[in-house]
Ligand binder design. Structure first.
Ligand code: HEC
Length: 178
């Protein structure tokens, strides 16, 4: 191969490379690259995983009495911001979208003066003891199928205990822990 032929080949190779790079730059400027924020379709495996993880967590959560003993009412006070859109927590507070919650621990279920409860919650009977609160806050519809409380539930057992510890503190004389 003489040097002229080599130059021709090298030139052809270089030319091709430049052409391909040029195409890349042009196509980059035409087509937007980037990961879409939402996937076009939901991957079923993710949902299955969360469901089974939730199930496992629920199965292994310590009883509410045990969790309450370690709970932090101060943290609960931060967590109830998620509830404050609908509930007032102050003493003598008014009913809003949801009933006033001062002193709710050991209060009869659906028992606050002047609030129009759902038939589902009215039909439950009993009191808001720790176990009932734990169940209701975890899954409102799981506790009372037709409840009007449009809240998805707090799945974290530790956070629920913190919330309940805070609710317990909202009383002139907080109920005993057990
Ligand atoms: C979107 C509004 C909304 C949010 C958010 C909400 N609630 Fe409620 N809550 C309601 C409504 C409405 C009811 C009445 C339910 C019924 O009558 O079925 C209720 C009822 C309750 C009751 C029963 C009270 C009683 O007097 O029987 C408790 C306890 C309660 N909520 C706690 C909470 C906690 C704790 C949170 C936050 C973790 C929360 N709620 C978030 C609307 C809400």
């Amino acid at each position: 191969m003489d040097s002229f032929e080599f130059n021709k080949i090298a030139g052809a190779v270089l030319g091709t490379l430049l052409f391909v790079m040029g195409l890349g730059i042009i196509s980059d400027s035409i087509f937007h690259h980037g990961v879409p924020k939402k996937s076009a379709y939901a991957l079923p495996s993710a949902a299955v995983e969360t469901a089974s993880a939730g199930g496992a967590a629920a199965a292994t959560a310590a009883p509410i009495g045990e969790r309450l003993a370690k709970a932090d009412a101060k943290k609960g006070e931060g967590l109830i911001k998620a509830c404050a859109a609908c509930h007032v927590f102050d003493k003598g507070g008014a009913n809003k979208v949801g009933p006033a919650l001062y002193g709710v621990v050991q209060r009869p279920i659906a028992g606050h003066e002047g609030f129009a409860y759902s038939d589902s919650l009215k039909g439950k009977g009993g009191k808001w003891d720790y176990a009932n609160l734990d169940h209701f806050i975890e899954a409102p519809k799981g506790f009372a199928n037709g409840t009007k409380m449009a809240y998805g539930g707090e799945k974290d057992a530790g956070k629920r205990a913190d919330i309940i510890a805070y609710l317990r503190s909202l009383a002139d004389a907080p109920a005993p822990l057990q």
